[in-house]
Design a protein around this ligand. Structure first.
Ligand code: XMP
Length: 515
């Protein structure tokens, strides 16, 4: 498939560039900006984009670019630092601005150029830079300017385009159109990337790799593993596909039953539902330390998984994982330390995963997709909106939401309260406005009144946050009527809960979970 390759110099918006291009319908990938040039990585590449960076080109440690990338003959678009890097590498001059320019900035187009196809002569761009071009590089001409700077420049000899502003940011007028002019007009890539084409392509790859062998996938109940399961069942003969779900007793109310219904509806033939709840809950008895809880759950998970794989006799199967593109980037295959992800409990480095990786028997069918693409693929595979838009759920489950020691009674109380909270959010059309919502059962009891008597009940905290990726979070601003009604629904239905509080801490300084 034709693609656009993005060289990342560490900008916060690199991921956004890749996503915008995919939204246009063209496949894009990211590699570190200082990667050595290797003709192999240009396979299928029709255009290059150099990203922005937190560095200035003249600073010590500023990321360099292998100059061979200028000699490929492919069109290149340099954005912000990418433009400045190009300038510096072509004997131009980049200098520090007295005042950083941030936000909306009017642009005036100086000459017609394919980058401006169907774009007015004046528009409002979006800037974020502390440096600007003093002298253009050799062979470059300015094709648009902002108040004080060349805003875009073009080197006709080498097919290089540089822009100072950020077309990938949604506040930039005609940003998508400029990217589209580069990708489709200048680089000549036709729009063909969508979940239909991906499904055909990845199904072929899976079939070719697996042949007639078996594949095992661990299902967590989350979006990624469910979509990966649906994909395997579509690509292969369902008889080849083994899906394993381990119930730790720390899942949400009805979760295990729902997983079974969903996967059966996708055609699963070998669905191994392992009820290990007693083992998990007894191993956790008397344990209050959160890290100890995580450790016990993680270790036991691996033990149960290995015992079951041996019992079923699928030791030789390929192992599929629901790893996403952002996970791949974090693990060093993309831009390394620059990207953030939420760890998935099921992608932990277990001995089984390690052995399969060594043997080349791992399949990661979602590894080229962003989360929103996984959701689109899920819908394409027949999953419901409700399933593909499920909030994230931590691997250790309710264990980190029952603060302190876990008991069966506390599990039951929390499951019920959480079920009511989420049910109410959905009823009130709030669920999809929130990134993650859940309840936390606190290890304190507070006094209340029941009739004429004083009674001590549990304190339950509600948490609802908005976020882009879980790395930072804002508190969801409820209408107070909703909060009051939800509180009384919970205390009226779950008699052990005497008091409900709402957590109004953002991240940072707080984390999303309480443990
Ligand atoms: P924190 O609490 O770190 O949470 O702000 C960020 C996101 O990560 C999830 N989370 C976990 N997920 N295992 C997981 O699989 C864990 O131990 C874990 N701890 C937190 C949390 O639900 C949120 O989405």
């Amino acid at each position: 498939m034709d693609k656009i390759l993005i060289l990342d110099f560490g900008s916060q918006t690199t991921q956004l560039i890749a996503r915008r291009i995919r939204e246009i319908g063209v496949y894009s990938e990211i590699i570190p900006g200082d990667s050595p040039f290797d003709p192999e990585i240009l396979h299928g590449v029709r255009g290059l984009i150099f990203s922005g960076s937190p560095y200035s080109v003249y600073e010590d440690g500023a990321p360099l670019l292998d100059k061979n990338f200028y000699e490929t003959g492919l069109p290149v678009l340099g954005i912000c630092y990418g433009f400045q890097r190009m300038t510096e590498d072509h004997s131009g001059k980049v200098a520090s601005l007295e005042k950083k320019e941030y936000g909306r900035s009017p642009i005036h187009v100086l000459s017609k150029n394919p980058l401006f196809h169907d774009i007015p002569e004046g528009f409002i761009s979006w800037m974020s830079h502390g440096d600007s071009i003093n002298t253009l590089g050799e062979g470059f001409e300015s094709i648009a300017e902002s108040k004080d700077h060349p805003a875009m420049a073009f080197n006709s000899l080498k097919n290089l385009y540089g822009i100072q502003f950020h077309p990938e940011v949604s506040h930039c007028e005609y940003g998508i159109e400029i990217l589209e002019n580069f990708v489709c007009g200048i680089a000549g890539v036709s729009k063909g990337w969508n979940m239909d084409s991906y499904l055909t392509e990845v199904s072929g790859e899976i079939k070719q790799k697996v042949g007639n062998d078996k594949v095992l996938l661990l299902i967590s109940g989350g979006v990624d593993s469910t979509v990966a399961g649906g994909l395997l069942l579509k690509a292969l003969d369902p008889d080849q596909v083994h899906l394993m779900y381990i119930d730790t007793g720390l899942m949400r109310k009805n979760e295990s039953a729902e997983v079974e219904v969903i996967l059966s509806s996708l055609g699963a033939k070998h669905l191994h539902m392992i009820d290990a709840s007693e083992r998990f809950l007894s191993s956790l008895e008397g344990v209050a330390d959160p890290e100890k809880k995580r450790q016990i759950i993680g270790d036991l998970f691996i033990t149960v998984q290995e015992t079951e794989v041996a019992r079923i006799g699928i030791d030789e199967a390929y192992l599929a994982q629901g790893t996403l593109y952002t996970d791949m980037i974090e693990s060093g295959k993309g831009v390394g330390e620059k990207a953030h992800v939420i760890k998935s409990h099921h992608n932990v480095r277990s001995p089984l995963v390690e052995a399969k990786r060594k043997a080349g028997s791992i399949i990661e069918p979602l590894a080229r997709l962003y989360k929103d693409e996984v959701r689109a693929l899920g819908l394409r595979l027949g999953l419901s909106e409700e399933i593909v838009h499920r909030h994230p759920f931590p691997g250790p489950g309710l264990a980190v939401r029952i603060l302190g020691e876990i008991t069966r009674e506390k599990c039951t109380i929390l499951k019920e309260a959480d079920y009511l909270f989420i049910r109410e959010l959905k009823k009130r059309n709030l669920y999809n406005k929130i990134w993650q919502a859940f309840c936390i059962l606190l290890p304190v009891r507070s006094v209340g009144v029941a009739g004429d008597a004083r009674e001590y009940g549990y304190v339950l905290a509600l948490r609802a946050i908005t976020s882009r990726d879980g790395m930072t979070a804002d508190v969801f601003a409820f209408d107070s009527v909703d909060l009051l009604e939800i509180s009384s629904i919970i205390t009226n239905s779950v008699k052990e809960i005497g008091r409900v509080v709402y957590d109004i801490s953002s991240k940072p300084p707080a984390t999303i979970e309480w443990e």
